[in-house]
Design a protein around this ligand. Structure first.
Ligand code: PMP
Length: 372
């Protein structure tokens, strides 16, 4: 029995469960790739002041084109891609409530009934779910044994299905693997439609790993999506954005709800961007803990996938669900992404990583798990 029994729900939604990782009140929450560092008291004060100012005008709708925020985001991306000499303007940037809403708007504008999306799994589950919710068809491409996108196989899938949208994810969730620019360029040139590179974790990439933003001048159907939820430690505010050709931004304005981004959200995001040096300081620390996981997990007997993100996919003996449950019993919540034999852990504070590594170490010594 479901609450929707008897309701005229779409047939393709019947029987599904809502997506979402468990939100449990445990000491070590390492399952949703959040940034563990809360805003500093100075930043909280600045956010409060900006929200108070915005609150005084809440009788009015917000700027529906979020121009000031988009200018700030364009300036941030311009600084970030300075090495490539790229200058982004407000017309190439669009913002919404989290990058999930950006992805939804992309599916609404470029997908829909009779159209296809293609992704290379395992990847971020929401890509397929947003396609489903927007009635966009879905084709599952595969990755090679090292979770890389194989370009000839990708081109063959594109030739076969002629997708309106190809979803790439770099660094990829849940594997942490980043794509080479040549791979993205080749896929863009082979694809008949839009190519989305989800760069939710871009700021955590290792030195020398380029962003797809640098490809925008040569790839007119490329869209790079970003978020303030991870590196900027602003998951609770819900701010995502994209960089693309101005025509893409114009297309999204056809499907976005008017005034989708509240005045409070726009104000908070602008304050966070004004404090980006302080906020992004945590990225260095988190990269350090990610690298610590990459060396210490194998030492415990858990092989890892090299990661350019703030999380690591690691192999466990036997049934990963049992390991997940045993860690949870000790107050450590990691992510079972549904990949047999693998779990994903978010890089957190040094203390969180001490707890995780020590609990996992004990489990690995425990013959029950180790022998499974
Ligand atoms: N893309 C990827 C790859 C993600 O992992 C996430 C969040 N887990 C998102 C997009 C969505 O993030 P948000 O909506 O908070 O911007």
């Amino acid at each position: 029995m479901s609450g929707w029994d008897g309701l005229p729900l779409r047939d393709d939604l019947r029987g599904l469960s809502p997506y979402g990782a468990p939100q449990l009140d445990v000491p070590f929450r390492l399952n949703t790739n959040e940034n563990p560092y809360p805003p500093s008291p100075a930043l909280v004060a600045a956010l409060t002041a900006a929200c108070a100012e915005a609150a005084a005008t809440l009788n009015r709708y917000p700027d529906r084109d979020a121009i000031a925020l988009r200018e700030d985001l364009a300036a941030y991306l311009t600084v970030e891609s300075a090495a490539a000499g790229q200058v982004l303007g407000v017309g190439q940037v669009w913002a919404a409530n989290g990058s999930n809403e950006i992805l939804q708007q992309l599916c609404q504008a470029f997908g829909g009934p009779g159209r296809m999306g293609l992704a290379f799994e395992p990847t971020y589950t929401m890509h397929g779910l947003i396609a489903l919710a927007t009635a966009t068809g879905w084709v599952r491409g595969e990755r090679d044994s090292e979770f890389r996108v194989d370009v000839p196989a990708a081109k063959a899938a594109i030739a076969e299905h002629a997708p309106s949208l190809v979803f790439l994810c770099s660094p990829n969730n849940p594997t942490g693997t980043a794509l080479e620019l040549d791979t993205i360029r080749e896929i863009h040139d082979a694809a008949p439609g839009m190519v989305i590179v989800d760069e939710a974790y871009a700021e955590f990439r290792r030195a020398g790993v380029p962003s797809a933003v640098t490809l925008l001048p040569e790839c007119p159907r490329l869209v790079v999506t970003r978020t303030m939820s991870k590196a900027f430690a602003l998951a609770g505010a819900r701010v995502g954005y994209l960089a693309a050709a101005p025509g893409v931004v114009e297309a999204l304005q056809l499907v976005r709800l008017p005034y989708h981004l509240s005045a409070l959200t726009q104000a908070a995001a602008r304050v966070a961007l004004a404090h980006s040096t302080e906020l992004l300081a945590s990225v260095e620390a988190l990269r350090g803990q990610r690298d610590r996981l990459l060396t210490q997990l194998p030492a415990l007997g858990c092989p890892v996938v090299p990661s350019d993100a703030n999380f690591v996919l690691f192999r466990v003996p036997g049934d990963q669900r049992r390991v997940w449950e045993s860690l949870l019993e000790q107050g450590v919540l990691v992510r079972d992404v549904g990949l047999a034999g693998w779990l994903r852990v978010t890089a957190g504070t040094p203390g969180e990583m001490d707890a995780f590594l020590s609990e996992l170490g004990s489990l690995m010594k425990n013959t029950r798990i180790g022998a499974a």
